[in-house]
Write a protein that binds this ligand. Structure first.
Ligand SMILES: Cc1cc2nc3c(=O)[nH]c(=O)nc-3n(C[C@H](O)[C@H](O)[C@H](O)COP(=O)(O)O)c2cc1C
Length: 206
C-alpha cells in the first residue's frame, strides 16, 4: 500500500454532488489516497447536477486528473463497486485516517444510524464507528423530519460527525466551486488537515 494517508470517500444520491467532486479534487491535490465508493443514485444525481460527462464505466482517476489538471503522481484513487462487501475497506483491519460520506442521503444516513451494513458504504461507515475512527456525514435534505433528526442523533451518539451541507457566505463565494470548496475545506479540517480552500475567519472589523 502507498505511504499516503488513506481516506474513504463515499458519494450517495443526495443533492450536492459538487461537494463530492471538490472534495475529491482537493484530496488528490493534497496527495491523499482516496478509496471511493459511489452509490447507484450518486451516479444519477451527478449526471443530473453537473455537466462533466463522467464515464462511470471507465477508471475515474484519469478523468479527475484531466478535469482538474491534477499532475500524474499526485494523489491516488481506488474505486470499489457498491456491492463488493469483501473489499478491503469493509474490514477494520484496513487502517484509514477516516471516512466521509459526501453528500449523504437520508436513506444512507438511516442505514448507518441503524447499523444495516447492507452495502459497502454502510458497512465501511459501520466499521469506522466500531473502530472509533473518524466518520463524517455531509447530510443533505430539507426540511428535516423527526426520523432524519433522530438518525443524526444516533450517529452523533455513536461517535460520528454530522456536517450538514450548509456552506457559509462570509467568505463571499463568487462561484458554485467556491461553495463546494467551503464544504471540502470543512471536511479536510475535521479530518485533521490544514486547508487553504477558503480563508479562515480572522474576526470582524467592528
Ligand atoms: C435529483 C435527485 C436529488 C435528490 N436529492 C436528495 C437529497 O438531497 N437528499 C436525500 O436524502 N435524497 C435525495 N434524493 C433521493 C435519493 O437519491 C434516494 O433516496 C436514493 O435511494 C438514495 O440512495 P443512496 O443513499 O444509496 O444513494 C434525490 C434523488 C434525485 C434523483
Amino acid at each position: 500500500m502507498s505511504q499516503r494517508d488513506q481516506i474513504i470517500v463515499a458519494v450517495t444520491g443526495a443533492s450536492g454532488s459538487l461537494y463530492a467532486l471538490r472534495t475529491i479534487r482537493a484530496m488528490l491535490l493534497m496527495d491523499l489516497h482516496i478509496h471511493l465508493v459511489l452509490s447507484d443514485y450518486a451516479r444519477v444525481v451527478i449526471n443530473e447536477e453537473v455537466d462533466l460527462n463522467l464515464d462511470f464505466k471507465s477508471p475515474l482517476l484519469p478523468q479527475f486528473r484531466k478535469l482538474y489538471s491534477i499532475p500524474e503522481g499526485k494523489g491516488e484513487l481506488t474505486d470499489y463497486p457498491l456491492k463488493n462487501q469483501a473489499a478491503a475497506i469493509a474490514s477494520g483491519s484496513f487502517t484509514v485516517k477516516g471516512m466521509v460520506v459526501v453528500p449523504c442521503s437520508m436513506k444512507t444516513l438511516a442505514g448507518i444510524a441503524h447499523g444495516f451494513s447492507s452495502n459497502l458504504i454502510e458497512r465501511s461507515a459501520d466499521v469506522q464507528l466500531k473502530e472509533r475512527r473518524k466518520l463524517i456525514l455531509v447530510a443533505r435534505e430539507t426540511p428535516l423530519s423527526l426520523i432524519h433528526l433522530k438518525n443524526m442523533t444516533a450517529v452523533t451518539e455513536a461517535g460520528g460527525i454530522i456536517l450538514p451541507a450548509m456552506p457559509a457566505f462570509y467568505q463571499k463565494p463568487q462561484t458554485f466551486d467556491d461553495l463546494g470548496d467551503f464544504m471540502a475545506g470543512r471536511i479536510l479540517s475535521l479530518l485533521g488537515y490544514d486547508q487553504t480552500l477558503f480563508p479562515k475567519w480572522e474576526g470582524g472589523n467592528k
